[in-house]
Design a protein around this ligand. Structure first.
Ligand code: FAD
Length: 285
C-alpha cells in the first residue's frame, strides 16, 4: 500500500527504519527482529541505502522480504550518490519488479571529508530524483526534511525554499531528521506550511541508547541535545540500562506531545535495535 494512502487514512502512523547488515547472517537476524516488531503493528518499515549504492542488492532483497514474506509494508531509501540517472532507473525497475510502491528519494551524503558532487549523468539534489520517480507515475515518494536545517544549507529560509522545490517535484510526504526538542519540529512545520508545503511531515525520532553514539550522530547531522538531557545522560554514562531508560523516557515524552499536537505519526530510527522502540511504542499505546 502507498504510504500517502496510509497517512490519509488517519490515526498515528508508526514506522521503523533499519539499515542493511553487512552479512547474510546479519540480514537473517534483522528479519527476525522485524518479525518480532510486527507485533507492534508498524504502518511500514524502511530500509536505508548505503553510500554509492554499495548495498543496493541487499536493500532490494530486504524490502521485498519485509513486504512479501513478513507481510509488513516497506519503503526503500534511494540516494543519488555515485549513480547516473540510468542506474537509478535500473534500481527503480528492480523495486517495481518485486512489488515495492514506496521510495524515499534522497541526495545522499558524500564520502567522509568530501563535498557532494553529482557524477556525470547523475543528480545533484533529491528534488531531481523525486522528479524522475514522479515521471514514472507509479511510486509513492518520500523526502527528507530538516527542522534544524540541513548542514550544507546556508540558512533556514534557503533550505526551506529547496524543500518547496522537492515537494513540487513530487514528494508525497516528508520525514524529518532526528531532533530532541519538539519546539524545533513545531516551528519548522509552521514555517513549511506558511510556504505552502501541504504534505504530511512525519517527525523522525531516535531513541538514545548510547551516549557516545548520540554525540557523534548529532555532531554529524547538526541536531542539538537539550542541556538537561545531556547532563542526565552524561551522569548515567557507563550504566547502559540507565542510559536506555533516560532515552526511552525522553522519546516517550517527545512522541506524546508530538501526537497530541497533531503530528501524523512517528518514524523511529531504530539503529537495528528493537528494545528501545518496543518500550516507547508500548508506553504510547
Ligand atoms: P537534498 O534535498 O538534495 O538537500 C541537500 C542540500 O542541498 C540541502 O542543503 C539543500 O538545502 C540543498 N539543495 C536542495 N536543492 C537545491 C537546489 N536546487 N539548489 C541548491 N541547493 C539545493 N542518507 C543515505 O545515504 N542513505 C539513506 O538511506 C538515508 N536516509 C535518510 C532518511 C531520512 C529520513 C533523512 C532525514 C536523511 C537520510 N539520509 C540518508 C541522509 C541524507 O542523504 C543526507 O542528509 C543528505 O546530505 C541530504 O539528502 P537530502 O535528500 O535531504 O538532499
Amino acid at each position: 500500500m502507498r504510504i500517502d494512502e496510509i497517512l490519509k487514512a488517519g490515526g498515528p502512523v508508526f514506522s521503523f527504519e533499519f539499515f542493511p547488515p553487512k552479512t547474510a547472517k546479519g540480514s537473517e537476524s534483522l528479519l527476525g527482529t522485524i518479525a518480532e516488531l510486527k507485533a507492534l503493528d508498524p504502518s511500514f518499515v524502511s530500509v536505508t541505502y548505503g553510500a554509492m549504492g554499495s548495498n543496493r542488492g541487499q536493500v532490494i532483497e530486504l524490502v521485498q522480504k519485509i513486504k512479501n514474506d513478513l507481510g509488513v509494508e516497506a519503503m526503500a531509501h534511494l540516494s543519488c550518490t555515485g549513480h547516473t540517472s540510468g542506474e537509478l532507473e535500473g534500481v527503480l525497475d528492480q523495486l517495481a519488479g518485486v512489488g515495492i510502491e514506496n521510495v524515499l528519494a534522497l541526495r545522499g551524503d558524500p564520502p567522509k571529508g568530501e563535498e557532494f558532487k553529482a557524477v556525470p549523468g547523475g543528480f545533484g539534489y533529491a528534488s531531481d530524483l523525486a522528479a524522475m520517480i514522479k515521471a514514472r507515475g507509479s511510486f509513492c515518494i518520500g523526502g527528507a526534511a530538516y527542522p534544524e536545517i540541513h548542514p550544507d544549507a546556508g540558512d533556514a529560509e534557503t533550505d526551506l525554499a529547496h524543500l518547496v522545490t522537492k515537494v513540487d517535484a513530487g514528494a508525497d510526504f516528508l520525514i524529518t531528521q532526528l531532533f530532541f526538542s519538539n519546539a524545533d519540529y513545531f516551528d519548522f512545520v509552521g514555517r513549511a506550511r506558511a510556504k505552502g508545503i501541504g504534505v504530511p511531515i512525519v517527525p523522525g525520532i531516535m531513541p538514545i541508547t548510547d551516549v557516545g553514539q548520540v554525540k557523534r550522530f548529532t555532531a554529524m547531522c547538526g541536531a542539538k541535545i537539550p542541556a538537561d538531557l545531556l547532563l542526565a545522560l552524561e551522569a548515567a554514562e557507563g550504566d547502559s540500562e540507565k542510559v536506555l531508560q533516560i532515552g526511552v523516557d525522553h522519546a516517550v515524552g517527545q512522541c506524546r506531545e508530538l501526537l497530541q499536537r497533531g503530528a501524523p505519526g512517528v518514524h523511529f530510527y531504530t539503529l537495528n535495535r528493537s528494545p528501545a522502540t518496543r518500550r516507547i511504542l508500548t508506553a504510547l499505546r
